[in-house]
Write a protein that binds this ligand. Structure first.
Ligand SMILES: Cc1ncc(C[n+]2csc(CCOP(=O)(O)OP(=O)(O)O)c2C)c(N)n1
Length: 552
């Protein structure tokens, strides 16, 4: 049967189990939008293509499925770029479809032409320009395969208008066959045996777990391993939820805004087992003094990560879940000793804490969101102080419940991501915890949330500043607050103008009732929390300093 390229695309999407697309139309994707008109796939019209990309990303992180976004050529495609880079840095499975000008006009600076495959080359796992309609079905199948296997990531498929609008006989492309692309799934025997011996010989082990644990669905294996070895577990920002934050062996986060006890533990450990983590500079601080006494074992599905930032003694390439299972077979239970006592003493001596003074504190807001939601909400964040306070004061116990821009640090991520999360988890409570600066980067998506009746809650921690930058100016630039003070709109009126609910809280006594109302509403709610203006995120390790040089 003859079909248009656009119809073939829709067929392929259905075959991949795609049930929702986040997108924005335009001339070069008109054939695709026409085919979507009667397709059994939900389409969420965002108000900006960046919103579509972040929503697809949030959907993917919450559901574990591939997120799909769609934009027109030129400015539509370039508006996706930040969202694609964001997904790339955090290893999120995503397929981005872009329309392209007709093949005959390629390379001629045609109206709305942008070389999007060239532009996204360094920020995609792979990308394609489909020049022949007969390649379309195979390309789409490969794109989903590449996005979701090995180390996940975004794949872009650029489709010229004559390809989506052309016609051909549809043929099933058969199984994916990509010579040269065979992710390693299991660890090597020799390396596993070496690692097991080093682990059993260690006196002061620490497990350092990253987002790879969440991506691989390896949280149960990780917990089993930690309990068997009685090894404390510290996670990266991306690893939050990969190990229960309320577990006695949890050290919380490490690095620049990590807990004091996590950083001390890493400085003193004799063995560091890195699991699906990539030694980001926000984690390591001064590299030459990172885990100075430790034998480092690094488990990662991506061989390119091993030894990239920190020299590793025992590398193991493979899927984190499989490798942890292989390791578990080789290990025996350990008994508690002086190390566990030392860790517990540090935890008692240096708890995460803040002072209450009668005015509304950001930490208090997050602690209350935790209480009102029973710790069961899906939380997204923007980027800044509020993001770190969320990491500190909302205890994450399940994977895929903390959804935040870690690698790229994208302000404006959290709100559209929350829309994607709410689409993926319609029956769950979703909060975007935001700063007053960040929320204004994609606030237009309130229209999307209202139109689709998505009861997303936005908690703005409103300090009247680009708080995280102000904090650095306070600490490292002698309080010279150069262009970080904000003059904001009335967020309550803005929410109401969009058809959402707006609530403002400045007195701690009103905090709980407002949150209780918010979670009951069936419409999107924007909460404007007027917090202490110059509160800082502490403890903090200054950039480039070793992890035991802590400001608190
Ligand atoms: C798109 C983008 N631009 C700039 C930055 C740099 N930046 C990091 S944190 C921050 C301040 C965030 O302010 P706000 O959203 O109000 O949150 P707060 O730190 O006050 O909680 C800025 C400007 C960024 N991360 N992303």
């Amino acid at each position: 049967m003859k079909m248009t390229g656009a119809q073939i695309l829709v067929e392929c999407l259905k075959e991949q189990g795609v049930d929702v697309i986040f997108g924005y139309p335009g001339g070069s994707v008109l054939p695709i939008y026409d085919a979507l008109y009667d397709a059994d796939i939900k389409h969420i019209l965002t108000r900006h293509e960046q919103g579509a990309a972040h929503a697809a990303d949030g959907y993917a992180r919450a559901s574990g499925k591939v997120g799909v976004c769609l934009a027109t050529s030129g400015p539509g495609a370039t508006n996706l770029v930040t969202g694609i880079a964001n997904a790339y840095m955090d290893s999120v499975p995503m397929v981005a479809f872009t329309g392209q000008v007709v093949s005959a006009l390629l390379g001629r600076d045609s109206f709305q032409e942008a070389d999007i495959t060239g532009i996204t080359l360094p920020i995609t796992k792979h990308n394609y320009l489909v020049k022949d309609i007969n390649d379309l079905a195979r390309t789409v199948k490969e794109a989903f395969h590449i996005a979701s296997t090995g180390r996940p990531g975004p794949v872009l498929v650029d489709i010229p208008r004559d390809v989506s609008g052309g016609e051909t006989e549809y043929r099933d492309p058969g199984p994916v066959d990509l010579p040269g692309y065979h992710p390693v799934l299991y660890g090597e025997e020799e390396q596993l045996n070496k690692a097991a011996a080093a682990i059993m010989a260690s006196q002061r082990p620490v497990i350092y777990a990253g987002g790879g644990v969440v991506v691989a669905g390896a949280h149960q294996e990780l917990r089993q391993l930690a309990e068997l070895l009685l090894a404390p577990v510290t996670t990266t920002l991306m690893g939050l939820g990969g190990f229960p934050g309320d577990h006695p062996l949890s050290l919380g986060m490490l690095g620049m805004h990590g807990s004091k006890y996590a950083n001390y533990a890493v400085c003193e450990c004799d063995l560091l087992l890195a699991v699906g983590a990539r030694f980001d500079d926000r984690v390591t601080g001064k590299i030459s003094e990172f885990a100075p006494h430790a034998t480092i074992i690094h488990i990662d599905v991506d061989p390119a990560e091993i030894g990239k930032n920190v020299p590793v003694h025992i590398p193991i390439v493979g899927d984190v879940k499989n490798v942890l299972r292989q390791l578990l077979e080789r290990l025996q239970a350990k008994l508690p000793g002086a190390w566990q006592e030392k860790i517990q003493a540090w935890k008692k001596e240096y708890p995460l804490d803040f002072e209450e003074n009668g005015r509304l504190k950001p930490q208090q807001v997050i602690r209350e969101i935790y209480r009102v939601t029973g710790g069961q909400a899906r939380i997204t964040t923007e980027v800044g102080q509020h993001q770190m306070w969320t990491a500190h004061y909302y205890t994450f116990t399940r994977p895929r419940t903390f959804i935040s821009s870690g690698g790229l640090g994208t302000m404006g991520y959290g709100f559209p991501a929350a829309i994607g999360v709410q689409v993926a988890c319609p029956d769950e409570v979703v909060f975007d915890i935001a700063g007053d600066g960040s929320i204004q980067m994609n606030i237009q998506e309130l229209a999307t949330a209202v139109n689709h009746e998505l009861p997303v809650n936005v908690a703005i921690l409103n300090n009247g500043f680009l708080g995280m930058v102000r904090q650095w100016q306070e600490l490292f630039y002698n309080r010279r607050y150069s262009y970080t003070e904000l003059i904001n709109p009335d967020f309550v009126k803005l929410a109401e103008a969009y058809g959402a609910v707006g609530l403002r809280v400045s007195d701690p006594a009103d905090l709980r009732p407002a949150l209780e109302q918010a979670v009951k509403e069936s419409r999107p709610v924007m909460l404007d929390f007027i917090i202490e203006r110059e509160e800082n995120v502490l403890p903090m390790v200054p950039p480039g300093a070793p992890l035991n040089q802590i400001i608190d």
